[in-house]
Design a protein around this ligand. Sequence first.
Ligand code: G6P
Ligand code: MG
Length: 220
Amino acid sequence: QKKGIIFDLDGVIVDTAKYHFLAWKNLAESLDINFNKKQNEQLKGVSRIESLKKILTWGKKRISEKRFNELLHQKNEEYLVSVQKMDESEILPGVMKRLKMLKDVGHPIALGSASKNAKTILERVNLMPYFDVIVDGNEVSKAKPNPEVFLKAAQLLGVEPENAIVFEDALAGIEAANRAKMLSVGIGEKSILKDADFVFADFTEITDKHFNAILNASKA
Ligand code: G6P
Ligand code: MG
């Protein structure tokens, strides 16, 4: 049986993490809240609503539900300005090569993202044809580290969790993959993604040998 491959989007396929960070940072500043890079790690992979809740908690701010929804909207509008400017050049180095290879060999491929903008982004960078399945923030209610998004993706791919491999840049995403009992591959810093089964700084670091090892590995 062929392994099912599940990719996170933001920070794995495209570097939208920097656009999310910018938009949240500006929003937080307008509320007199400051947050640092380390706190930003906790926003990666986490839904829009949960992200805003965290920022308000850090700033010890309480706001009305109406204001909360306005801020969610405001953040997304700013984020979408960046997204609309995206094109293929924003696909992270080494990603294309692996997507092509997986397609050629016939592995089913899914997107497992918390983002409600996932389809817009895949269209902007012309990657829609590579994905057999897309599970995004419009289909799941439980934010990572809850494994819902990945379990749903594996189910739609028709593979058992033990035959699924997840590529993730977020702490919350690695935890979600591990809870789903899927092989977790971290893309980013080893010190942050220490619970992943494999960690690489980026896709260019994954050699053919590494990639084959990942495809043949099973969860400890
Ligand atoms: C991804 C990102 C998060 C973002 C979330 C929701 O998981 O890593 O930083 O908050 O998606 O994205 P959205 O596009 O729906 O605001
Ligand atoms: Mg991510």
